[in-house]
Ligand binder design. Structure first.
Ligand code: FMN
Length: 151
């Protein structure tokens, strides 16, 4: 399976998570690449069997919290995804509120079938920041596989 991981990152943590996801997917014997969501080309998207889209959480902690504007712009600029399976993730300092749902519904509007989502908190303890990456990758690959069998 070829998985494309698209990210919107401002200070690098979302990129770090995207790269950790990529490495875990490769370790499970699949192809995986990362690309910034705002500048990915249509050919790269067309070549992917499944997508994972990640954004940092932007807002005022308790109000106006959602995906970074660049992520929404990037999703709006994607070619039609034609029922392609997808997963979403976000990174935040405090709480994501509806960020995953917002990412999922925008992707669904572009034709993706989104079934998995995960939050990665930028905790003070660095070694804890990526601990859910393997479980997220397992769940995403399971869903992507199932979706190919159903297709
Ligand atoms: C302008 C700005 C607004 C933010 N707003 C929120 C917020 O409302 N809630 C939250 O949990 N984290 C918020 N954060 C924290 C980021 O979502 C978090 O640090 C994220 O991991 C950054 O990802 P990056 O390193 O890829 O840019 C904000 C960060 C910035 C710079």
């Amino acid at each position: 399976m070829r998985v494309l991981i698209l990210y919107e990152s401002r200070r690098g943590f979302t990129l770090t998570v995207a790269q950790a996801i990529r490495d875990q997917i490769r370790a499970r014997g699949h192809q995986a690449t990362t690309a910034p969501i705002r500048s990915v080309d249509a050919g790269t998207v067309a070549a992917a069997d499944a997508l994972i889209v990640g954004s940092w959480v932007a807002g005022k902690i308790v109000a106006g919290v959602g995906p970074a504007e660049g992520a929404l712009e990037g999703i709006a600029g994607l070619p039609h995804l034609d029922g392609r399976p997808a997963a979403v993730f976000c990174t935040c300092a405090v709480a994501p509120f509806g960020t995953l749902d917002a990412l999922a519904s925008r992707l669904a509007a572009r034709g993706a079938h989104v079934s998995v989502g995960e939050v990665f908190r930028k905790t003070r303890r660095k070694e804890r920041r990526l601990t859910n990456v393997p479980a997220f990758v397992d769940e995403a690959l399971r869903e992507f596989d199932g979706s190919h069998e159903r297709a």
